[in-house]
Design a binder for this molecule. Structure first.
Ligand SMILES: [Zn+2]
Ligand SMILES: [Zn+2]
Length: 242
């Protein structure tokens, strides 16, 4: 069983007053929690949800857009200033290491070279690859979403539970494959049926085969938030156990 807290479930632009992508997964009581994406607003989102950023053992990053990885410099600096000693592992698409260093240098000059009391390790996860960190095994498929590096659709397995996550992507059959018979699919539903490049519409999800046992919608625009979806919709702070 995994407890998933949607600390942030919004799009990049604060639609509906929601925080950017920040999904907190705790595989069982007392286990080290991990994050699925860490948008720029994540530190605030975690604190709002009453979750301790210092506990997070790993961050799985779907792709290198600011609303999905832009919170990492803040998470790392928060660990530095709060005396964190536990290691932090970032798992992301090829190119995550240099992009994270560049983001840190841009936002807090000199910060990538500061000595810390905890180790930050970046592990690349290419499409087709698998990585196991903090008791969570992640498999990746390539998403259709240009972000300066391959974007990933993820399938995470931990504590006997499987959770799939679309990240941001135009429809691709990889979504069906990555979420096959999963306990939960966390799916982008950016617009209802309006064709927008590089993103999922709710219509894409209802028109294609999805065998996941439960689907929760995230990353919704203001247009989508006003629509009557048949599937569950996330809201910031929502916690579910799957
Ligand atoms: Zn996004
Ligand atoms: Zn994106």
């Amino acid at each position: 069983m995994i407890t998933v807290t949607f600390a942030g479930c919004g799009d990049a632009f604060g639609s509906g007053g929601r925080f950017q992508a920040c999904l907190h997964l705790r595989p069982g009581a007392g286990q080290t929690p991990v994050l699925l994406d860490c948008g720029a607003t994540s530190l605030t989102a975690l604190r709002q949800a009453g979750l301790d950023p210092g506990e997070i053992g790993a961050v799985f990053v779907s792709h290198l857009h600011g609303d999905h990885f832009g919170g990492l410099p803040f998470l790392i600096l928060d660990g530095q200033f709060s005396g964190r000693t536990a290691p932090l592992v970032i798992v992301g698409p090829p190119g995550t290491g240099p992009r994270l260093t560049a983001a840190m240098e841009c936002l807090f000059p000199g910060s990538p070279r500061v000595r810390r009391r905890f180790e930050v390790t970046v592990m690349e996860l290419p499409p087709g690859g698998t990585r196991t960190v903090a008791g969570v095994t992640a498999r990746a498929w390539e998403a259709s979403h240009p972000s300066g590096a391959p974007a990933l659709i993820l399938r995470l397995a931990a504590a006997g539970t499987v959770i799939a996550y679309t990240g941001d992507t135009a429809w691709t059959p990889a979504i069906t494959e990555a979420s096959r018979d999963a306990d939960l699919l966390i799916a982008e539903a950016y617009y209802w049926d309006k064709a927008v490049p590089h993103h999922l519409r709710y219509a894409d999800l209802t028109e294609h085969e999805i065998t996941a046992r439960r689907v929760v919608l995230t990353h919704m625009s203001a247009d989508m938030l006003a629509r009557p979806a048949r599937h569950e919709t996330a809201r910031d702070g929502l916690a579910i156990t799957v």
